[in-house]
Design a protein around this ligand. Sequence first.
Ligand code: SF4
Length: 335
Amino acid sequence: MPLNDGIAMSLAADNPSVISPTAPHEWTRAEVFALFDLPFPELMFRAQYVHRQNFDPTAVQISTLLSIKTGGCPEDCAYCPQSARYDTGVRAEKLMGLEAVLAEARAAQAAGASRFCMGAAWREPKERDLDDVCAMVEGVKALGLETCATLGMLTAGQAQRLKSSGLDYYNHNLDTSPEFYREIITTRCYEDRLRTLQLVRDAGIHVCCGGIVGMGETREDRIGMIAMLASLRPHPESVPINMLVRVAGTPLADEPKLDPLEFVRTIAVARITMPRSVVRLSAGREDMSEETQALCFLAGANSIFYGPKLLTTPNPGRDRDRDLMARLGLSAMEP
Ligand code: SF4
């Protein structure tokens, strides 16, 4: 019997739903709860099994995220230093010019990034702003990079225009569970998020969609978030899992720190429930030990943001990431 079959049979013994990483599976909350509740070694084993079935476990996809329009956002996301409602010291800036964005994209490419993500602090883009963003997408694409944007809610026409300009991915996070959402954001609702995600899908753009943990949510909320993400059809191609960055001036500034092992569990459960998605170890790495990051890679995370800044919050410098990846024997995933 091939080794993998033996492993699959042993996994089948107590939970058949875990053994078929490639078969479509409708994850119930009870099943996601059962995964979260597994003894840590068992959860890690299952996550690694699924990871190896679908990816080279030594390859990590490298993205770079640039804030092309910073601050002054009318939304009230409780975690976000770019909301105009909170006094965080982030100043509202205008949309960057095309040449400045392309210069950043070239630098990211030279540093090893395969995907370039452009983020704008908008509730939704205005039509004239979208003209400029489409030109940026075209320019970045022409450099040979994958393109990603996060611009807020979209109309069907805007999603189509972004697709026509060469956009590969659109990021729009569900952030948390449907139940906890109102505690974090009141200026839009969960259904708004799901609607934009569907329009992005309909336009033929790959979906990047994940959430944030450590915002004071319960494990039940983390379960609800993962179950919602895993219920999207198809699964998001990219699933960023963020640890809250507690920024002074935001309502979540004094939120107690989440147990890092609970964060690793969240990554592992995302890996198992969305086996073919690239799971990104996203915001929060600056405050995370290298050991925790290593556990996240073992749990199935296979993407990071590269570069010293994530929109407006700090991220490990490229040298530190290069050093960590070298020590772990990880290499950059080909686009
Ligand atoms: S997360 Fe996005 S939508 Fe929310 S306040 Fe920040 S920039 Fe605005």
